[in-house]
Every structure is written in C-alpha cells, then in structure tokens.
Design a protein around this ligand. Sequence first.
Ligand code: CU
Length: 136
Amino acid sequence: MSAALLTSRHALAEVIQIEFTQFDTFSVEVVNIDVGDTVEWLPKNKGHNVEFLAGPDMEALPPKSKMDEFHSVLFEKRGVYLYGCTPHLNMGMLGLIVVGNDFHNIEDVSNTDLPDVAQSVLMNLIRDARSPAKSE
Ligand SMILES: [Cu+2]
C-alpha cells in the first residue's frame, strides 16, 4: 500500500522540456513549475548551454551545463531562477523558472548584472512571469 502511495506521489511530478532554438533563444522562456518538477534542456541546435545567474539560494545555484549537452535539473526550492546561455547572455538568451509561484527573490533576479539588451529582455520575462493570463 505504501509503495503505491509513493508511486502516485511521484507521478505528479512533471518534466518540462526546453529546446535551444536556431534563433539563439530558449524555446520556452518563462516556465512555472511546482516543487519537485524537473526541467530538461535539449540541445536541438548547436552552440548553446545553460548557466544559472540567480536563484533563491545564491550560494547553491544549479550546475552549469556543457556546450551542446543535454541538461536536467530537479527544482526543490521555491523562488525565481534566472539562467542564460553563456555565449549568448549579452544578447539576451535568457530564461526564467518560477517554482511554486514564489517571487520572494525577484529583487535579486532583476538586479542581476547584465548588459542593456539582456537587461531589457529580462524585464520582459519578469513581466510575463507575473502576468497570470499568460500561464499557457
Ligand atoms: Cu546560446
């Protein structure tokens, strides 16, 4: 009985997939997930990776991926995570992950030191993340 319970609890966790596009963007730029969900990045196009820039625990950001490699992160802490592609950060190849609809660290995220273009992309992403109508 308890094994069945464990299994059904696991089945609730989701896996969200994001691709690197040929336009130097992430196929999904804002993702709202629950604690325990996993995000996977698929190297559909070459020349990209995933590097975390901000998160609820700045001392323990998720690992950076190698270029052109599959990457998978399980999110266990509530808050907003900002990541980008290392070679394309400056042009705004960024993504946001909101875990548990929790924006407590949004100030840290928006204060991330980025060049102007990337900063304005980030502001748009934050606006999208906060707009409830845009939850797909
Ligand atoms: Cu890139």
